[in-house]
Design a protein around this ligand. Structure first.
Ligand code: FAD
Length: 527
């Protein structure tokens, strides 16, 4: 059916009602002009396909949009429509059919999303549509930060970023849903549209409907349920631990990468990455809590500091071309990573959790079954693949993480991979994570390893981090013969890491900046 007019709100990575300025704007435009509000979400085959987006994240997205649909049903009389198509393919048709007068959405800063948005804006140009965009994904509007930096390039160190933020002051306060007013959209023709849902837009598809295999039988420990309510419940739970002391005294390097029954960090990243929880709400709650408690000392490692890393990397990602690649990316050192069949084989072995290093393989299994790994676990995985052991490009690791992580985020994934591979931000390439010593520090008894690699369960603790050292008889008794039940280690870490440090030295000498300049950033674990 064709409507005489409407306000279209396009949800993307703002899958919530609280502190959603763009949604509030759409609602107020609908009320002011007495037009129906039509909220939409696109399942875009470019992003939501089984290669780019693994089933665990996809399931999280579907749950989040189902929750949002229920929430909008309750809070305002507008049903979320889920459209399986590329926005640029269908926008002109939707605008015509629904008589869209105002199109409202939140800014995105990654280049491909920006290009998509520009294409949509160009598509609707001829239809006399008022396009309204609001900032909302990060605490600070990057343009405001850049204005404050007075045209200077974006800061590439955390300390310069923090002084910029210091100049700007606190981020804006969160806003309530529709400014706290009850929403009644008088002329909403939703009932008519529901009867006329020949396109099936009012149903959230199931995984199987969009080319995914069902993953509901997933065995992983952590089960992320998508949605705003679930995200807020997790935030509340974490912020109330020991009356708020845990959050206030939070120091990232002290949190354990091997804690899998009760996590020691917030585990809010999937909810922040898809906007189920607003970073401004989280920040405001944290600020209030910190005012009433003694806080940990190092700003970078505090919980507040974690949000600042997110801000910092999003500011850079919006400015630096090809932020997720080595070539064409001005902040990334050009390292001559291994290429060809050997690189492919190494990548595959790492990604299939067959390195023969239990700590690395257990972390990989956690990633694949749960879609989440603690930050220091990600350090171990990333260092091992790149400069530590395998000398495979961080771009390859980025893609594996992109596929499996529930919290995949363009800026955070790129920046952290560059960091760990010493391609940018961090240059102490001679500091390498040992897949054995680091594991012994955090997973002394091997409980984490045994949980994610049951084949090693019966191996005596003495050998759990280095099973190749177990005598043949011990291996046999434990039902885990190395080379048969569990792989031989693919490289000898002590040899490989030494060779790689030497290669890194050569690579740094070829690059115009590096360790010699003494960049000494410390993030979450390096000391
Ligand atoms: P908490 O410690 O509770 O921190 C709260 C929030 O702060 C996080 O949810 C996140 O939004 C932000 N944050 C925390 N650490 C960082 C960091 N180092 N950089 C930027 N922001 C941070 N995080 C993602 O959200 N998506 C990714 O795709 C991603 N890829 C990564 C790849 C590698 C190689 C590494 C080393 C890290 C990556 N991270 C990524 C950053 C970090 O590991 C996760 O944000 C964090 O582990 C999520 O757990 P949490 O929510 O419990 O974090």
């Amino acid at each position: 059916m064709t409507l005489p007019g409407s306000v279209l709100h396009w949800f993307r990575r703002d899958l919530r009602t609280a502190d959603n300025r763009a949604l509030n704007r759409a609602i107020s435009l609908a009320k002011k002009s007495n037009l129906p509000l039509i909220p939409v979400f696109f399942l875009d085959p470019e992003y939501h396909n089984p290669t780019a987006c693994g089933p665990l994240r996809m399931r999280f997205i579907l749950e989040s949009i189902s929750a949002l649909q229920r929430s909008l049903d309750d809070k305002c009389s507008s049903r979320l429509r889920v459209i399986c198509a590329r926005p640029t393919d269908v926008f002109p048709d939707l605008v015509r059919r629904w008589g869209v007068k105002h199109l409202v959405f939140e800014y995105e800063y990654a280049p491909s999303e920006r290009a998509r948005d520009e294409a949509v804006v160009a598509d609707v140009e001829g239809f006399d549509v008022d396009v309204v965009r609001e900032h909302g994904f990060t605490l600070y509007n990057p343009n405001v930060l850049l204005q404050k930096a007075k045209g200077a390039t974006a800061p590439t160190t955390m300390s310069s970023f923090l002084s910029l933020v210091d100049d700007v002051g606190d981020p804006e306060n969160p806003v309530e849903f529709a400014d706290g007013r009850q929403v009644e959209l008088t002329s909403c023709p939703d009932a008519t549209l529901k009867d006329d849902d020949k396109d099936g837009y009012l149903l959230v598809p199931k995984l199987g409907d969009i080319g995914y295999e069902d993953c509901t039988k997933q065995t992983g420990w952590e089960r992320f349920r998508g949605g705003e309510e679930e995200g807020i419940a997790r935030m509340d739970e974490f912020l109330s631990r020991e009356g708020g002391k845990v959050a206030a005294r939070f120091a990232k390097p002290k949190t354990s990468p091997a804690a899998f029954v009760k996590r020691e960090t917030t585990v809010l990243s999937p909810y922040l990455a898809l906007g189920c929880v607003s970073s401004r709400v989280f920040h405001a709650r944290l600020r209030d809590l910190e005012e009433n408690h003694d806080v940990a000392e190092m700003p970078q490692t505090r919980l507040w500091g974690q949000l600042m890393w997110r801000e910092h990397f999003w500011l850079l990602a919006g400015m630096v071309p090809e932020f997720h690649r080595m070539n064409g990316n001005p902040v990334c050192r050009k390292i001559n990573w291994r290429t060809g069949d050997e690189a492919e084989l190494r990548l595959k072995t790492w990604a299939e959790a067959r390195t023969g290093y239990p700590w690395i393989d257990a972390l990989m299994m956690q990633l694949k079954t749960e879609g989440f790994v603690h930050h220091l676990g990600r350090h171990s995985l990333a260092c091992f693949l790149t400069r530590g052991d395998l000398w495979v490009s961080w771009e390859e690791g980025y893609k594996v993480f992109e596929h499996y992580l529930v919290d995949y985020d363009y800026a955070l994934n790129s920046a952290n991979w560059m960091w760990l591979s010493c391609s940018a931000f961090f240059s102490m390439y001679f500091r390498v994570y040992s897949p054995v010593a680091f594991a012994k520090k955090w997973d002394k008894e091997g409980a984490f390893i045994k949980h994610y690699l049951p084949v090693l369960r019966k191996l005596p603790t003495k050998y759990i981090h280095e099973p190749w050292k177990a005598p043949a008889m011990v291996q046999k008794m434990a039902g885990c013969v190395i080379g048969k039940d569990y792989p031989e280690r693919m490289v000898d870490h002590s040899k490989a890491s030494k060779e790689n440090i030497a290669k890194m030295k050569e690579n740094y000498a070829r690059n115009e900046y590096g360790a010699e300049r003494g960049e000494r950033q410390h993030m979450n674990g390096e000391s």
